[in-house]
Design a protein around this ligand. Structure first.
Ligand code: ADE
Length: 425
């Protein structure tokens, strides 16, 4: 262990720190854009003394974001954004090797999760990096007296932004929020390629099943659903998509997938994966129709996409089969429905979340959003903002440089053409 002073924390086992550090360094190799930002931050210190709370999945990738924020001078505290997604060795390393206070334990109960949110708010954050909007929601519900201290917040997920829009509509947001998920270098890549790969990784690590030949039902065809469907097809699965949005449904059809209502998909699916951001999209009437041995899991932010309370009520028996695999036996027909990762994000519960290479761009957006909020303190209106488009382009350009990919540039003749209207037939 290094000589860093160990701050206050609530982690599972501080002795895991050295293993965590090696894994954090391994992830850093795939995060060149964030690394450039971290180097600049340590020279310029744009976040000097800013009290910051980050509520994120405590992974090797998040650890590198936390290091970058600290290098910029932030006085940062990290808590988990999901009770099952924490990597305990990473939490230990952040505390013992990097001197960053962490309150997160894999498998913590909901009371502990909420207690950690309140401890984080006791830090009196001026900036909040949120993932799912739990810290911001608690701040507004319980800490009105702290609102004036907040420069702004950032939000990582589609679900969190949906929640923020509802908050803005009810008039409770009094500070600027950067919707990191809305950046193109975030959702085009993280949601699609990150969720696509890591969700199947979670299913396979939990079960060791073969995907080839299976009917995989993807519930929701947003950016995450597109990624899951694409990668499941790549593994040889026969993919069915369910949707409520006509445009997304047409897109899924033209991408070559069968589209049908969940009621129709329920009896034919082998594996169901929810990625909608909505509640009970698979409900008891669907569980009742499933084949014996059908598997269900969720890769949306919250654990309410599957109605697991309802499933428990219609079941006569329930038993764990493997880590993150639980079998429910239905009263009506004796069929067994297998639930993965307790209905929580299967990619983070049973695997390690999105790989570092894609989180590099997401967290470059986060780090630059924090800097933007600090630089523009007091100047931005309350409500949702995007990072300027140039920042998105800069992140993409740095990523391409790191991958050794070169681009073409417009010739003067091309510039003249796209800026004129006179040329035609
Ligand atoms: N969300 C999805 N994957 C993640 C990861 N690896 N780290 C942090 N947040 C994530």
């Amino acid at each position: 262990m290094s000589s860093t002073t160990v701050p206050n924390c609530d982690v599972a086992d501080i002795n895991l720190a050295s293993q965590g550090k090696t894994r954090i360094e391994w992830a850093a190799r795939e995060m060149p854009v964030l690394d450039l930002i971290m180097k600049r931050f340590s020279e310029e210190r744009p976040l000097e003394g800013v009290r910051l709370v980050a509520c994120c999945h405590v992974t090797t990738e998040t650890a590198n974001l936390a290091r970058a924020l600290k290098a910029g001078g932030a006085d940062a505290v990290l808590i988990a954004s999901n009770p099952l997604s924490t990597q305990d060795d990473v939490a230990a390393a952040l505390v013992a090797e990097y001197g960053i206070p962490v309150y997160a334990k894999k498998g913590e109960d909901v009371d502990t999760y909420n207690r950690h949110v309140r401890i984080a708010l006791d830090h009196r954050p001026q900036i909040i990096v949120d993932d799912g909007c739990d810290v911001v929601a608690t701040l507004i519900k319980e800490r009105q007296e702290q609102l004036a201290e907040v420069f702004g917040t950032t939000e990582e997920t589609t679900t969190g932004i949906q929640r923020l829009r509802a908050m803005i509509k009810s008039g409770v947001i009094q500070f600027p929020v950067i919707g990191v998920n809305d950046a193109e270098t975030k959702h085009f890549f993280d949601n699609r390629y990150g969720t696509g790969q890591s969700t199947l990784d979670g299913v396979v690590r939990a079960t060791n099943i073969l995907l080839a030949g299976k009917v995989v039902v993807v519930v929701g065809y947003g950016w995450c659903g597109k990624g899951v469907a694409m990668r499941a097809r790549g593994m040889g699965a026969n993919v069915v998509v369910t949707e409520i949005d006509p445009i997304k449904a047409v897109e899924a059809v033209m991408d070559g997938f069968r589209v049908m209502p969940i009621a129709q998909a329920a009896p034919i699916g082998d594996i169901f994966i929810t990625v909608t951001g909505n509640r009970h999209v698979i409900d008891v009437q669907h569980f009742e129709k499933m084949k014996d041995g059908a598997m269900v899991c969720n890769s949306g932010h919250f654990d309410l996409e599957l109605n697991l309370t309802g499933l428990a009520e219609i079941s006569k028996d329930r038993r764990p089969l493997r880590r993150f695999v639980e079998e429910y036996e239905l009263k009506s027909n004796g069929h067994r429905v297998i639930v993965l990762g307790e209905g929580r994000l299967v990619n983070l519960a049973a695997a390690e979340g999105h790989p570092a290479s894609v989180m590099d761009m997401s967290f470059a957006n986060q780090a630059l959003s924090v800097e933007y909020l600090v630089k523009n303190k007091g100047k931005l209106s309350a409500g949702l903002h995007n990072l300027p488009k140039e920042v998105d382009v800069e992140i993409a350009s740095l990523k391409l440089d790191a991958m050794g990919v070169k681009l073409d540039t417009l010739t003067p003749e091309m510039v003249e053409y796209i800026n004129s209207w006179e040329h035609g037939t």
